[in-house]
Write a protein that binds this ligand. Sequence first.
Ligand code: SF4
Length: 424
Amino acid sequence: MATQLERARAGIITTEMEKVAAEEDLSPEQIRQGMVDGSIVIISGNGRAETATGIGRGLRTKVNASIGTSSDLIDIEMELEKAAVAADTGADTLMELSTAGDLDDVRRRVLAAVSVPVGNVPLYQASAEAAASLGSNLKMTEDLLFELVERQSADGIGFMAIHCGINRLTLSVLKSQGGRSGGLVSRGGAFMSAWMQATDSDNPLYEQFDRLIEILHQYDVVLSLGNGMRAGAVSDATDKAQIQELIINCELADRARDAGVQAMLEGPGHIPIDEIKANVILEKKMSGGKPFYMLGPITTDVAPGYDHITAAIGSAWAAAYGTDFICYVTPAEHLGLPYPDDVRQGVMSSRIAAHVGDMIKLGRRQADYEMGKARRDLDWEKQFALALDPEQARSVRDARPGSGSEGCSMCGDQCALKVGEAAC
Ligand code: SF4
């Protein structure tokens, strides 16, 4: 069956394009054209057309929430709760990144529980299954890896972060630059690098790219070219290894599209604030404007416990400069697996950042204008309705004395808006 991209090229408007157009307040033809020129992807998943979500130029910046077990904490019920919390808090997509427990079961239960597109990293399950069945993840076979891409695609995974851009050349660049002060932090990137060294082989996801693309085409999965060389410390940002991988990923994205598979590119990671713009420009120029999915970016390394904030600062700048899709960061980042409340805080922080970016990128300021007027008018119900998190806004006000008064307990009877009423 033809993929969304192939149908767009044939001039066909699909129901998925219509859904995205309605959500973005654009015409279906604008969405179709964006797909044809590669600036927009639509993610859904096998048998999950109703979850179709658009990512790319001219569209609202989207937020991903990642969940999943680890070997230290296998609690599928909690992962399902985290999935529900993420969706309820407004995440546009989920990534199910479990690495321990019954991985097929958790993926299928998450897919059944949420009505947003779900992505993943097939390398994680390949590593876990190789460790369980062969005694070491370094014994992973190429066939197992491709079989997992197919198994997960068939289940309804809508986008896959696949680390194709780590090959012998990328690793030689990493070595020649003297490694990294912060090490390798991408789980997929670190595992693939270790596997390549242990087996003295090149990356099968790079070497057999056509085999990968054939599977993604069959299930119309969006290829998200993983950033295995993303910096895990601001001091490593924008180095040669990261750029080398980006060059390879840009070439592979074109090959994927030539074969009718939609593609987007992933980016770092940890970036000081003055390098974010350069990272966005590089990806957009080198890829020909393909959607950019950034992980954070985290803007300082010295605030563990508050990395939802360090990342929200970076995400706001990134979105303003043109990033299309941001992966949330929770307060638990660098410290442990997130709990449901960490997920809630992470999604809200990223949604705020995405909105701040869209005020610049898309000029979306009407809600802010309305909020200013509602505050001037001391219209509390309207303020709650306009808030990104109405429940939180209402609960803060209700928990304080004076919540029944016109103003609030911040200034009490010296409410500036009442005092200055006559002036404006
Ligand atoms: S009391 Fe102060 S903070 Fe509260 S609404 Fe009036 S001016 Fe604003």
